[in-house]
Design a protein around this ligand. Structure first.
Ligand code: 5GP
Length: 185
């Protein structure tokens, strides 16, 4: 029988480049990528069921009440959550599962699943992170300001993680995650 897979939680401040890293990791078929549910509106190019399951507030709270989420959190005015069942199914099949989530959710996963490998993606510097957030151009100014404030709080959580990887180059982080997964096999 295949052994159970490991759960990798990739977290860090909004704007640090987590989603770019996860996108680059997709070439490694050994990982299963959890698709989160969110109440925020799709951005250009995002596909329902691929980038996220885009749902409304009512549906989100139904899923919360039904206990369908492994974790869920509010981030910059929208709700985000990881559906429990697909993650457990993939782990049972022996897959290494990647969750790309913000800090409050990461804390909930660590509590529920203490064996999860907790990875914090850190920016090369605070200035670098601020530049990325301001340069993104996909959000309105109020949302960018909210994200800047959150990012400050999120940076303070670094010490709670098993591994801190500094995002100088996406390829470096991808290599580090692939070797982490190999170490855990
Ligand atoms: P964005 O709206 O830019 O796609 O994501 C905003 C933040 O929500 C990012 O930090 C991202 O990692 C986080 N996020 C995405 N999916 C989930 C989820 O299922 N749960 C939690 N807690 N955070 C998530």
């Amino acid at each position: 029988m295949a052994s159970v897979g490991r759960l990798f939680v990739i977290s860090g401040p909004g704007g640090v480049g987590k989603s770019t890293i996860v996108e680059a990791l997709r070439t490694h078929s050994s990982f299963y990528f959890s698709v989160s549910a969110t109440t925020r509106a799709p951005r250009n190019g995002e596909k329902d069921g691929v980038s996220y399951h885009f749902i409304d507030d009512g549906k989100f709270s139904d899923l919360v009440k039904a206990g369908e989420f492994l974790e869920h959190a509010e981030f910059a005015g929208a709700h985000y959550g990881t559906l429990r069942q697909p993650v457990f199914d993939a782990l049972q099949l022996g897959k290494n599962v990647i969750l790309e989530i913000e800090i409050q959710g990461a804390r909930q996963v660590k509590k529920a699943m203490p064996d999860a490998v907790m990875v914090f993606i850190a920016p090369p510097s605070r200035e670098d992170l601020l530049r990325r957030l301001e340069g993104r151009g996909t959000d309105d100014p109020a949302r960018i300001r909210a994200r800047l404030e959150l990012a400050e709080e999120e940076l303070a959580a670094m010490g709670e993680f098993d591994h801190v990887l500094v995002n100088h180059r996406v390829e470096e982080i991808v290599d580090a995650l692939v070797s982490l997964a190999a170490r855990n096999e």
